[in-house]
Design a protein around this ligand. Structure first.
Ligand SMILES: Cc1ncc(COP(=O)(O)O)c(C=O)c1O
Length: 273
């Protein structure tokens, strides 16, 4: 089912499904929480392992993750599915960075459903894979009954994807070459920046896939952001993604190759000087 932008879907899915309670990862893209608030649902920021997840109508997982670049293991997916089945929760996997593996190869939740997609959805986006963020092209795959239910509400709520955008999405999805090129580009940028950050005392965590480097110097995120800002480098404070991120920063690989090379050089010069 094509949907307008995966952000819009993340923000509105709990409303479309009339969810009363929503779980999302404790270090996460903020829109999961915003979606719960818009729906008037209760919210819980939860660990990767479902051991202590509260019961919820809707549970989000995200691999590769924003902001950490963490990739779910087979066992983590299987445990989430097992928990969702036992707790009758709709389980939605945000896979918008799926194609951007680096030191880990990401997989889709649908691979672990053993042919039974009931209550399981995967969300994909053309924004990252094909650098088409301005098209707002994304889609849902999974439980066909659940998708039929969402489509039924959307018939009245709107947010259908215009046909020209659907055609453009089909063309982009039919080609893997540009995706491989983009993946190589992001990974080369990460490979350039990581050694400079490490030399400057940052500890890089996860960052195995996706668009980001997640790192810490065991200081306040704002201190790290300021240190980089003084070098003309913009990073995001980890607390934007939850309290657990407050001594981390997120660095995006979306600057140009030239800017990333320059950023690495400035960091090295700063620590030498
Ligand atoms: C985890 C995650 N999900 C969804 C999105 C939304 O992307 P889009 O709306 O462009 O598909 C983003 C954007 O940064 C994201 O990081």
């Amino acid at each position: 089912m094509p949907v307008i932008g995966s952000k819009e879907l993340v923000a509105w899915l709990p409303t479309l499904l009339r969810s009363k309670s929503v779980n999302f990862p404790e270090i996460a893209y903020p829109t999961y929480r915003v979606g719960a608030i818009l729906a008037g649902a209760s919210e819980a920021a939860v660990a990767i392992s479902p051991e202590h997840w509260p019961p919820a109508d809707l549970t989000w997982v995200n691999s590769p993750a924003n902001p950490t670049g963490r990739v779910h293991s087979d066992q983590e997916y299987l445990s989430a599915i097992e928990w969702a089945r036992a707790n009758n929760s709709i389980l939605v996997s945000d896979e918008c960075y799926l194609e951007f593996g680096d030191s880990s190869t990401p997989t889709s939740i649908l691979q672990y459903a053993n042919g039974n997609n009931q209550n399981i959805l995967a969300v994909h986006s053309l924004s990252k894979r094909s650098s088409m963020a301005g098209y707002r092209g994304a889609f849902l795959i999974g439980d066909k009954d659940l998708i039929a239910r969402i489509r039924e509400v959307r018939k009245h709520a709107g947010m259908m994807v215009p046909l020209p955008i659907q055609k453009a999405m089909t063309i982009a999805l039919s080609d893997e070459t540009h995706v491989a090129e983009q993946r190589a580009r992001y990974n080369a940028r990460r490979a350039k920046l990581v050694p400079a950050l490490k030399a400057a005392g940052f500890q890089v965590e996860y960052s195995n896939a996706g668009l980001y480097i997640w790192c810490t110097r065991k200081e306040s995120d704002w201190d790290s952001v300021s240190w980089l800002a003084n070098l003309g480098i913009l990073a995001t404070p980890g607390n934007f993604y939850g309290d657990l991120g407050k001594s981390h920063i997120r660095i995006a690989m979306t600057a140009t190759d030239l800017q990333i090379t320059e950023a690495a050089a400035r960091i090295i010069t700063a620590i030498k000087g």
